[in-house]
Design a protein around this ligand. Sequence first.
Ligand code: 3HC
Length: 283
Amino acid sequence: MSVKTVGVVGAGTMGSGIAQAFAASGFNVKMSDIGPEQVERGRKAVEKSLDRLVSKDKISVADHGAALERLEGVVGLDPLADCDLVVEAATEREELKLQIFRDLSGLVGEHVVLASNTSSISLTRIAAATTRPERVIGMHFFNPVPVMKLVEVVRALQTSDAVFEQVDGLTRQLGKEPVAVKDSPGFAVNRILVPMINEACFAYAEGIASPEDIDRVMQMGANHPMGPLALADLIGLDTCLEVMKVLHGSLGDPKYRPSPLLQQMVDAGYLGRKVGRGFYVYD
Ligand code: 3HC
């Protein structure tokens, strides 16, 4: 079954990036969120990112226009009923994701593959919430989606070989590199990356260095493109905290204990770039 129309659930940082990646690769996209403001914000983010690619001569003005033409913003899940593939990129909360998958399962055709961009939640549990567990899979994208090449393709215990092959091929059609990883907490990247960010929060809280200096040492001393606290702001501190909670809860090792400062920052609403304030302040 060829994929022509892709539904994306969630128009936030990751959802809008994923919607852009599909639209820019020739797919028709329906990007869904809970209200018109959220959808509009997502559309603006896509437009801004495409503007950036035009200004860098990465795409033509015509490609920019065509990608936006293929992107339709919709409210709620019902308009996704005729999609050939749905990628969920809602907030990283298990109950919410399970409900979305239950709803999608009753809405779209039985042949439709349901993918999740979850950064840490068990795909096997998500698959079990649907009527088509063999057609559920993880497509884990990285932020900023238009720039980052990797997609972790995560097989639930139930995922069929055919669905895995199909999603592997679709990822390549997006110009991205699929890597198969096991359904394990945090998969591969977040299992390694987010504890590093968490450690940077501990280091800052212990007064080892300022946020600027923590970031500078990791840029200069480890050749990271950006420091861990700036990266936390880019990812979203709420997402980082959720990943740490999943690692801590499911692996049970105290080394995954979320930094109390990270928790406090989230409690204060300092979630990073998306709200204009995290470890740094943004315009
Ligand atoms: N849309 C389009 N293009 C973008 C973009 C966006 N949103 N953001 C950056 N770019 C492009 C720029 O136009 C630029 O293009 P060029 O090379 O042709 O000039 C290029 O990316 C580099 O951007 P900048 O020059 O603005 O800035 P930097 O050189 O500092 O790079 C960065 C920015 C790409 C974000 C780089 O700092 C980086 O790679 N950081 C690490 C990102 C990372 O680790 N992401 C993974 C997060 S983990 C995750 O997402 C998983 C989740 O589950 C938690």
